[in-house]
Design a protein around this ligand. Sequence first.
Ligand SMILES: *Cc1c(COP(=O)(O)O)cnc(C)c1O
Length: 233
Amino acid sequence: MANEALASYPELGARLQQVQEGIAEACKQASRDAGDVTLIVVTKFHPASLVAALAELGVRDVGENRHQEAQAKAEELAQLDLNWHFIGQLQTKKARQAARYAHAIHSIDRERLVDALADPESERTIDAFVQINLTDDPGRGGVAPDGIEALAEKVLATPSLRLRGVMSVAPLEEPAAAAFERLAGYSDRVRALDASASAISAGMTHDYVEAIAAGATHLRIGSAITGNRPEHR
Ligand SMILES: *Cc1c(COP(=O)(O)O)cnc(C)c1O
């Protein structure tokens, strides 16, 4: 059983280690404790066997952005007891199903989604991140900054959700550092509502160093670790 899946991914361990070292170095540069930063390995489009290989390497937190794919992998790998982080656009009608396997949902972008996720019968609480749109384009994911408080309050009023903080994807149009600085300000606004909601989910393969410098607590890193994603199906 040992190292069964890992044998199929000979470069995975080295790439994971490289990123872990990069995170440690960025934390040092920012005078931050690396223990305050959670690495979520984004495994979207990759098969469940790659997730199993990551688990053999000690990874506990994995990220997925499509419900059906995430659900299938979480079911197949249920015995590994991983923390599944949902990081993509979530349809209201799929919310209840996602709530069954998700440890955290990083893409809470509207009040209707909070209503759909609310499960008074659930004995589990799901970690909730309010996704904020850092662009002026309403077509991008996330709540506009003027809607942050209302959405965060809605999460706080929902017993089956635990408000952890904010989440964002840096826009392509501007330097990541500037965008993440704004995100840190939005994080302050959420923390003013609930001091424990201090998490910042930000930082991907190409901008995690800037995210760490701006205070990110949850990194969502995919291709630097998994290699290039297979083609969109
Ligand atoms: C795919 C994805 C990531 C990871 O992206 P990489 O550039 O592969 O590190 C992070 N966050 C979200 C929301 C994603 O969809």
